[in-house]
Design a protein around this ligand. Sequence first.
Ligand code: NAP
Ligand code: MG
Length: 489
Amino acid sequence: MTDTATLDIQPGRLFIGGEWQDAASGSTFDTINPATAEPLTQVAEAGAEDVDRAVRAAREAFESDAWQNLDARKRGKLLYAIADRLEERADELAALETMDNGKPVREARMIDIKESIDCFRYYAGWADKIAGDVIPVPGPYLNYTRREPVGVCGAIIPWNYPLQMAAWKVAPAIACGNTVVLKPAEQTPLTALELARAASDAGLPAGVLNVIPGFGESAGGALVNHPDVDKIAFTGSTAIGKLIQRQAADSLKKVSLELGGKSPNIVLDDADIEAAVRGASMAIFYNSGQACTAGSRLLVHEKIRDEFVEKLLKRAAGFVPGDPMNPKTRLGPLVSEEQLDRVLGYIEKGKQEGAELLLGGDRVEVGGKRGYFLNPTVFGNVTPRMTIACEEIFGPVLAVQTFSDMDEAIQIGNASEYGLAAAVWTRDVRKAHHVAHKLRAGTVWINTYHNLDTASPFGGYKQSGYGRELGRYALDLYTQVKSVWVNLA
Ligand code: NAP
Ligand code: MG
């Protein structure tokens, strides 16, 4: 197990109004390395008073001439500079992400950190291209629209892609001229604090980005209920998303929600089996299944089921849990003991309800430490009503089901309260598009899985939330439209 002393991890403090501060209460909490179950460091725990201070700093920054009158092009330059600061420290940030979250360091570097840098550069480019329209109206009038920032944006993010989820919200919000109060997940606060450092080093004016680690109910709740926050952008569980929407109703804050998923991965009988097997295992085991788009329901045509499952089990067995700091490791631990227990609970439920455990299902020890490692797990003979076929498990647990024709696959695929992502594997281009169009999901992959790009929209149908992050679509989340009338008579 890699020695955590190789990185000098300082205690984390709150970043409010451009300054590092302790919590008003003086409280701190430990953040844990999931590979060792040992604390990495202590982090200041924001309470309602700190949230209020952060919101006031964000409001003051939002209304300041320095921010209001800053050329859009200069906002873009600040975002480029943040990307550069992150890039200079990319390896260190990847190691920090791995220690805090447990994900394999190679993936942290090649995906999380790389995509976060990319996100800042992408929205840097947008900053001076956010334009309104001139609208033809009757009479001697000029009518035009402006895209103005929403104001103070609260961002509440999960632990599965800590820096990347921060980037998805902070970069477009700032590009559009907003200010932000960011609450990272309690399990993974460290890279959000490094983002604050990068923003500060890049010269972002004080108060434009504030980062307040803390707990969901207290710090998150105070942000959602604060009357001076204009918008909440949330990624996390559907249960908390619903709670936030209800609470935000009191002040009619704008809300965007990116929630859970139970994504169907459909393999038709004419698919390239080798490619689909590779895709199906990556779809569920990548990030130990802790991805909202995880391909957790594998629907295989009954004609190819036996061959497919045999090959899948061989491939799955290759995902050996290991030290996430080792660049060769493909499967790290789960993020926390709580998450491990939740996933083990689902595995128990799967067995009780009569699914057949084909692989894994057990906790393992890696490097002699009590890290939160779980073997890759595959269940066969799963039927659509079983709990493991319906609920988001958020672990390396695959539920294999079968179907007998394409329409049945679509029907099973859509029989979920979620609609975040889906995939179909087939060599028939007509069937591929037909299935892609019929699936009620915000992203559909054809003969591939897990592709994402900053330029392409991302978000959910049904109870997977609403609003689209990334691409030019995110500009709608962080601007409001003003219509201006001019009398020309
Ligand atoms: P969660 O509770 O939804 O956490 C997401 C974020 O919301 C965290 O920053 C959390 O703070 C905050 N939060 C929690 N309660 C809040 C409240 N009452 N008001 C405002 N903010 C609040 O998710 P979780 O407990 O970490 O994970 C539980 C399950 O959610 C997982 O097993 C998985 O199924 C699902 N999940 C989905 C996604 C996704 O991307 N779709 C991501 C993570 C988890 P704390 O960190 O202090 O809790
Ligand atoms: Mg941690």
